[in-house]
Design a protein around this ligand. Structure first.
Ligand code: SAH
Length: 225
């Protein structure tokens, strides 16, 4: 069923550009070890060039992070794919909470993989741009909130899946509390040396798995105007 959603929501040339570059990027990620077909398909069909500043559009399909203004970055496609794959490893979650909307690129991938995405961003101008891009892609299953991601999104909890795309020093307690039983939280943790962690909840117990070393911008406390 999700498969057909993907087909109807996302055409082959959203953003007015052929998806050939997206397909090449997906092939690169496959070669780097990404196996989930739904994730690869979403990457292949997504116009990453609309998520980066125009001046960097020629680098949009490189497997690298890029600056998006306000001192923030759009995540490296490999990391976007890896985190998405980890979230889907136990099946497709009904709803996903994302902390750190940024450009909205990771959000757009998640929105093609799940029925509903809730995403929180502390910088309003980034949130607005992301909203416009998702509308361009005809993705309407995303709810956005301007606020402090350390607090999660209590009224919409619990979540089967939570993804954090900025690094806190330690895992925010609110996110652990808002994770559903059996749910998965994927989060980079640390300052200079960061590690990507997968945390799964089993009742009141949380199991932690270290995935790989990563580099994210910090998860800053407090919302901005
Ligand atoms: N997934 C995004 C990554 C953006 S970088 C992308 O691919 O574009 C991380 C984002 O987290 C930034 O936009 C930053 O403003 C946001 N962020 C940092 N601290 C935050 C907080 N406490 N609450 C919400 N968002 C936060």
């Amino acid at each position: 069923m999700r498969q057909s959603n993907i087909n109807t929501r996302v055409g082959s040339n959203i953003g007015g550009k052929s998806s050939r570059s997206g397909e090449l990027l997906a092939q690169k990620l496959l070669a780097e070890g990404i196996k989930n077909q739904q994730v690869l398909q979403a990457i292949a069909r997504s116009p990453r060039h609309i998520f980066v500043p125009e001046i960097l559009a020629h680098k949009a399909y490189d497997n690298t992070a890029l600056p998006i203004g306000q001192g923030q970055t759009i995540s490296q496609p490999y990391i976007v794919a890896k985190m998405s794959e980890l979230l889907l490893a136990d099946g497709v979650p009904d709803s996903i909470l994302e902390i750190g909307t940024g450009s909205g690129y990771q959000t757009s991938i998640l929105a093609q993989l799940s029925a509903k995405v809730f995403t929180v961003e502390r910088i309003k101008s980034l949130q607005w741009q992301a909203k416009r891009r998702l509308r361009t892609m005809d993705l309407h299953n995303v709810a956005m909130k301007h606020g402090d991601g350390w607090q999660g999104w209590h009224s919409k909890s619990p979540f089967q899946a939570i993804i954090v795309t900025a690094a806190p020093k330690e895992v925010p307690a609110a996110l652990l509390a808002q994770l559903a039983d059996g749910g998965r939280l994927i989060i980079p943790v640390g300052e200079q040396n960061q590690v990507l962690k997968l945390i799964t909840r089993h009742g009141d117990e949380y199991k932690e798995q270290q995935i790989e070393a990563v580099r994210f911008v910090p998860l800053v406390p407090g919302a901005l105007g």
